[in-house]
Design a binder for this molecule. Structure first.
Ligand SMILES: [Zn+2]
Length: 732
């Protein structure tokens, strides 16, 4: 998963510009030079760090990345498959050979879901049997692999139904409102929806259909969104061909992720499991994904009223709301406990072994995983090879690096969630940051134009400035620095001017849909997600494979290696810095911006909800963050390196993100404990989740309570930063 969930919506930078005007930030757009101070480093340590980074960057190879990619995409490897378990062993072996320490396979017993028998037939007005398969292609022998699955959704309910078919556009609540206006009920019927327009997570479409009383749900890929209407289709281009199917899970993991039968605790062998009927994250509706090849006969045979203009897709037919089409759907799923394996390894830190920088990528794929996730896996294996080789040469990070290959991400972010729940207490104290890469290259260099693919990272705001600084040290495939390439593609993609200050390049609004979720939303640790994006229409289909990557996505594998370099550089800076490079002044700017956005979007009436005090508290936090940044800068510039003093400060800095957690969680979703960051049911980002949901419901009493919780957390962190600054300056 991951592709669409991090994308900055159009207009994002416009709002950032507004924030920048309100909360002026110094310009910082000059390229790095050897004399540029490195965030969190004394001048002396910055010199040795640059040597380490240069040595690290020289190791990753495009040829090796290509070989890793071929290995990981050779066979389908969904969670709980034999192949995926073999790959776990392969990764463990390779990490041992590369010099990584404490290589461990962590086993979880998880409620898993796979298809026994799936079928769809149109029964009226004419008969049609859906193929539910993707067509093999001569040029790409992988597409003939008999192990490729047909169409199914992870955690679909089992069921069998014959009923009338209704077209409900994107399957979002407003679409059903429109059907009601036309006098059309979906109760007991089969609802057919398309994937995007606007995008919402398929598990949200399933819950919405379930709430509307539909008997079954079909979700198809319209060529308007990821097919021929966008450009050339596979194998001639990056977009989805006629029979491509977007598989996926429909778990309600926006309520609670991980094994649905162990909500909030780890599925270690012997753990208690609740009965599946009691699991809040399991759908109760049978559902199926469809290619447009299989969807078209159902749509074109309808004879009822014409659907509105914005409901029309790119097929050469008139899209109608319903009328005269009936179908028989059968979904029979095998739901049983299966072993999932997380592979874990570390390189113990030479000086601060109890502070961890965690890197991770999921291993399981719906089919071959060309982009999702094996592009990320190839980048990760080159990263671990490089870091391992450095260790063999005697260059060890100061803090401990931990790397994990997650399992079952595609089902419910399961492996990372169970692992995070298992080691919660350690992680809350020790984890400096989690650096996630799901898809390292989710775009086609072949169609990206001269500026290349877009670098589209997202980060908790405290880490945005250091990420920008690190990007100045890496070369992009276009030949520019990654930083310059990033600015250029940001400008191109937003069709507007580049953001007025560099940290605005980073998307600081973070939704769900990948393995960062447990670390940020449940454990209160800062996260970064890295990847390149561009044209990509074969998400979760069989065609997302090695051929796609080698011929269309990243034929030179340079983007894979560029991603390895920036990922490793960020990890090394976090692992080696004197003072952890969190910028709370910038974090506060993001908090202001999120709050202003909430007020504007909901036209909050200041008589009903008073947010002035929260703005003031954030202002105090910003001042404290900026003053601390300055004090730390002076202290580091003075060149003195006093380990005990730095360590006391680091321990205080580590505490800030944890202070955003509230033990009760957000109303109705106790697992999501972060007061600033959560996701909507659609997976879209949502800031101040408890406050936002209360405002959107017009529940002003609850909104006031939620605003007070945030105020208290902000005040606590302001106090923490002030104390940290005072004790930092005391011994200067
Ligand atoms: Zn993924």
């Amino acid at each position: 998963m991951g592709k669409v969930l991090w994308a900055a919506p159009a207009g994002f930078f416009a709002i950032v510009i507004l924030s920048a005007a309100l909360f002026a930030q110094r310009q910082e757009s000059s390229p790095a030079t050897a004399s540029t101070p490195m965030l969190g480093f004394t001048a002396a340590r910055a010199v040795s760090e640059r040597k380490v980074e240069t040595e690290f960057q020289a190791i990753p190879s495009t040829q090796k990345a290509r070989e890793w990619h071929r290995t990981f995409t050779a066979e389908p490897h969904p969670a709980a498959s034999e192949r995926n378990n073999q790959l776990a062993d392969l990764i463990a072996d390779e990490w041992r050979k590369q010099g990584w320490e404490d290589v461990t396979l962590r086993r979880y017993e998880v409620l898993h879901s796979r298809p026994r028998s799936i079928s769809l037939e149109m029964t009226a007005p004419v008969h049609y049997t859906a193929s539910l398969r993707e067509d093999p292609l001569e040029v790409d022998p992988d597409t003939k692999n008999p192990a490729v699955s047909g169409a199914y959704f992870g955690y679909s309910a089992s069921g069998e139904v014959t009923a009338e078919v209704v077209y409900a556009h994107s399957g979002n609540p407003e679409d059903y409102d429109l059907l009601r206006k036309h006098g059309i009920s979906v109760k007991g019927k089969i609802v057919m929806v398309r994937y995007s327009n606007p995008y919402s997570y398929r598990g949200f479409k399933a819950l919405t259909a379930e709430r509307e009383g539909a008997a079954a749900l079909l979700i198809y890929s319209d060529p308007a969104e990821d097919g021929y209407a966008r450009g050339k289709v596979f194998p001639d281009g990056p977009w989805g061909p006629e029979s491509h199917i977007q598989r996926g899970a429909i778990t309600y993991d926006y309520i609670v992720p991980g094994d649905p039968t162990t909500p909030g605790w780890a599925s270690v062998p012997g753990a208690r499991h609740i009965p599946p009927e009691e699991a809040r994250s399991l759908p109760k509706i049978p559902a199926l994904p469809l290619s447009w090849h299989d969807a078209k006969p159902l749509l074109e045979n309808m004879n009822g009223s014409e659907a509105p203009k914005d409901w029309q897709g790119a097929l050469p037919i008139k899209y109608r709301l319903t009328g005269g089409v009936a179908a028989h759907v059968k979904v029979d799923m095998d739901t049983s406990l299966q072993p999932y394996t997380v592979v874990e390894a570390r390189i113990r830190g030479s000086e601060l072994p109890d502070e961890w920088v965690l890197l991770g990528n999921h291993r399981d794929a719906w089919v071959f995983g060309g982009v999702d996730p094996s592009s990320g896996t190839a980048s990760m294996m080159e990263l671990t090879r490089a870091i391992g080789e450095m260790k063999e040469r005697g260059i060890r990070p100061r803090r401990t690096l931990v790397v994990c290959s997650w399992d079952g991400e595609e089902y419910a972010l399961t492996g990372s969630t169970e692992w995070g729940e298992q080691f919660a207490e350690d992680l809350k104290r020790k984890l400096v940051a989690y650096l996630n890469v799901d898809e390292s290259v989710a775009g086609a260099a072949a169609t990206a134009g001269p500026e290349g693919l877009s670098f589209s990272p997202a980060a908790v705001a405290s880490l945005a400035p250091m990420l920008v600084q690190a990007s100045k040290e890496v070369r992009a495939p276009s030949g520019k620095s990654l930083y310059e390439a990033w600015r250029a593609t940001s400008k191109r993609d937003d069709k507007a001017s580049a953001p007025p200050f560099d940290s605005g390049l980073v998307e600081t609004r973070i939704g769900s849909g990948s393995d960062h979720t447990v670390f940020l939303n449940h454990l209160g640790r800062p996260v970064i997600n890295l990847g390149f994006t561009g044209d990509y229409g074969v998400y979760h289909s069989m065609y997302d494979d090695h051929y796609w990557m080698e011929n269309i996505g990243d034929p030179s594998f340079e983007y894979h290696v560029t991603l390895t370099r920036i990922w490793g550089l960020v990890a090394l800076r976090l692992a080696n810095s004197d003072v952890l490079p969190y910028d709370y002044g910038f974090y506060a700017m993001a908090l202001h911006h999120f709050l202003t956005e909430l007020e504007l979007r909901n036209k909050v009436d200041p008589h009903k909800l008073k947010l002035k005090k929260l703005h003031e508290r954030i202002g105090d936090f910003q001042k404290a963050g900026e003053e601390l940044r300055e004090a730390v800068g002076h202290g580091l510039d003075s060149g003195e390196n006093r380990p005990e003093k730095e360590e006391r400060l680091n321990q205080e800095l580590l505490q800030v993100e944890s202070n955003w957690l509230h033990p009760d969680g957000i109303p109705g979703r106790p697992w999501f404990q972060h007061l600033i960051y959560a996701s909507r049911y659609t997976y879209a980002h949502m800031e101040y989740p408890g406050l936002t949901e209360a405002v959107e419901k017009g529940d002003w009493k609850l909104a006031t309570e939620q605003a007070e919780l945030v105020e208290r957390a902000v005040a606590k962190n302001t106090e923490l930063l002030r104390k940290a600054k005072a004790s930092w300056e005391k011994n200067n």
